[in-house]
Design a protein around this ligand. Structure first.
Ligand code: PEP
Ligand code: MG
Length: 611
């Protein structure tokens, strides 16, 4: 919402709470069902507590140019106070939830230290000859809107970091409190448009049964906090916060992303049963994660983890991962105030290598650009009309050799601490792969001359995520020892379907015959060229698709760690010949939907034994 041209503009900011409702159901209300994104698993129901946005006013008035130094001083004081408050919340969260959750607030501190943003606010204030609150809100809104439009889900959600910081700054400037201090004291389901990080940090585990929000995606703060507290959450529900009223009872199904307002006795009974069933399935699936990953007839399948930080590799080991199939290193570059140094990167890579204790760790070089824009001005990312077809990943690295070499040196240094492999993203063909390897040779040469140890026989791999690389993958085998299929991008480029665009989402079809033929072709060429082949896109973690991938000959699948137990169960419940039959069916069938139906039927038949 933008401030009006004069006087005061009402701006909504989230604040606790607000309308507390207790179970006072005098008359039966009509049941309504909503669908969103299941963000944190579990089923819960209880009275609603609506977290309404508190409106605060943004003053707007003229400030003569000679008084601007006083405005700048006010701004600096507000920056300082806000910093202190956020640091305090960070410390509290670290104490109650742990370091990982507390790191959410580092992004807030980064916003406060973002010199480009601060300078823009001061410039705007001087140009418009107005007070700091007005300029601050206008510039902040521009940033929020820009972030809100980025295709990458993770970055889109950073808009809420900026918003949260902006509202604190405004509050510190105007003296208007953001918190009216009330807290519901019964057990309840929180329903809100969006839950700001500093609000989610103050959620009381003992009272909150579930979280439900209008906005947000799978990597939002609501989700991070809900998962770490083990409470169900459903996000992206449109405008549910406007539809519930005090007195409503809300049932939340975090598995399926469903919310039922005022559930009938029948619905409550049905979900009660479902809850028990789910809990026992999960318990049983978890038991499989400790077992060896092989088919019923003893054929080993590598089930590996996709991670974004060294810490996640510890969790991956706990859940029984056979290695790390994809370390998305770009998150090291997104979460810092400046470029990570070689030593900082080395520590992260070494951490993962050591945690995996000899199991393979595939470190993917920087896949920045395109949808993954960076907050670091040093990276020089610019707006592009077709970011997915633009300056990203290996294209960026081959054009920014210093950044690339620093990363390669850090990975090489970490290679003596475990079983490290290097993988290049977005390779389009032989020349690019060759150039990337030439850079690697230069980095190796530098380390040799500095007498720094590294694994001389470190293996390199190419992601196969651009159709040109898939079609000509036979030309790549001489330059690498493994392929990893990036099905997320491969499908998007093959089918010409933006993987993040809801309106064409129905065309994003992993079981489309063209996708299956392309996977088959890559596997055959990899075999012929004697290179290993694995898959690390979302397809790999979909338990319905796991048998198909194995049947096609992909024997190493890398996925989000939480999906591993389910995938392992599916692997253990089938024979290799069954997977091969499914692959044959998929390669001969013309209809992608039919293929999916057949795969689903097979999956359901295996799940019968556990449900
Ligand atoms: C992919 O494209 O499948 C992949 C794993 O890479 P990312 O999702 O990081 O683009
Ligand atoms: Mg990709």
């Amino acid at each position: 919402m933008k401030p009006s041209e004069g006087g005061f503009a009402a701006v909504s900011v989230a604040a606790w709470p607000v309308i507390n409702c207790y179970v006072t159901m005098e008359s039966r209300k009509e049941e309504r069902e909503y669908s969103g994104i299941g963000a944190s698993p579990g089923i819960a129901h209880g009275p609603v507590s609506i977290l309404r946005e508190k409106e605060i006013a943004i003053p707007k008035y003229q400030v003569e140019i000679e008084h601007h130094h006083a405005e700048v001083a006010r701004f600096e004081n507000a920056l300082l106070s806000t910093r202190k408050q956020i640091q305090k919340i960070r410390d509290q969260v670290e104490g109650s939830l742990g370091e990982e959750e507390a790191r959410i607030f580092d992004a807030h501190l980064m916003v406060l230290e973002d010199q480009a943003l601060i300078d823009e606010i001061v410039r705007e204030m001087q140009a418009a000859e107005e007070n700091v609150e007005a300029s601050l809100w206008r510039v902040g809104t521009r940033y929020i809107e820009a972030f809100g439009q980025i295709d990458d889900e993770y970055l889109r959600e950073r808009a809420s970091d900026i918003r949260d910081v902006m509202r604190r700054l405004i509050s510190n400037l105007t003296g208007e409190s953001l918190d009216d201090g009330e807290r519901p004291d019964n057990k309840h389901v929180v329903v809100a448009q969006e839950i700001a990080p500093s609000d989610s940090a103050s959620i009381d585990k003992d009272h909150v049964l579930a979280l439900v929000t209008d906005l947000g995606g799978k990597t939002g703060h609501t989700v991070i906090v809900a998962r770490s507290m083990n409470i169900p959450a459903v996000v992206g529900l449109g405008n549910i916060s406007q539809s519930v009223v005090p007195g409503d009872i809300v049932l939340v199904d975090g598995y399926e992303g469903k919310v039922v307002v005022n559930p009938s006795e029948d619905t409550l009974f049905r979900y009660g049963k479902l809850k028990d069933e789910r809990a026992s399935i999960e318990e049983r699936l978890f038991a499989f994660s400790k077992k060896v990953s092989e088919t019923q007839d003893g054929h080993p399948i590598q089930l590996q983890a996709n991670i974004e930080s060294a810490e996640e590799s510890v969790k991956a080991v706990e859940i029984g991962a056979d290695g790390v199939g994809l370390f998305r290193t770009e998150y090291l570059f997104l979460n810092t105030r400046s470029l990570p140094t070689e030593d900082e990167q080395f520590e992260a890579y070494r951490g993962a290598a050591e945690a995996m204790g000899g199991r393979p760790v595939v470190i993917r070089t920087l896949d920045l650009g395109g949808d993954k824009m960076s907050l670091s001005p040093e990276l020089g990312m610019q707006h592009e009309f077709n970011p997915f077809l633009g300056y990203r990943a290996i294209r960026y690295c081959l054009d920014n050799i210093d950044i690339f070499t620093t990363q390669l040196r850090a990975i090489l240094r970490a290679s003596v601490h475990g079983n490290v492999r290097i993988m290049y993203p977005m390779i389009s063909g032989f020349e690019e792969l060759k150039q990337a390897n030439e850079c690697l040779e230069i980095a190796k040469e530098q380390l040799r001359s500095e007498e720094i140890a590294f694994d001389e026989s470190i293996e390199t791999g190419s992601m196969i995520e651009i159709p040109s690389a898939a079609i000509a993958c036979d030309t790549l085998v001489s330059e690498c020892s493994f392929f990893s299929i990036g099905s997320n991008d491969l499908i998007q480029y093959l089918m010409a379907v933006d993987r993040l665009n809801d309106r064409v989402a129905h065309l994003y079809e992993p079981t489309h015959p063209a996708v299956i033929r392309m996977l088959d072709m890559v596997v055959k060429n990899a075999r012929e060229g004697n290179v290993e082949v694995s898959i690390c896109g979302e397809m790999a973690g979909d338990p319905i698709l796991v048998p198909l991938l194995i049947g096609l000959g992909i024997e190493s699948l890398s996925m989000s760690p939480s999906l591993l137990p389910h995938a392992k169960f599916v692997v253990q419940s089938m024979e290799l010949s069954e997977a091969r039959d499914l692959a044959k069916m998929a390669l001969s069938e013309t209809d992608g939907i039919k293929i999916l139906e057949n795969l689903t039927a097979f999956y359901n038949s295996r799940m019968e034994s556990i449900s």
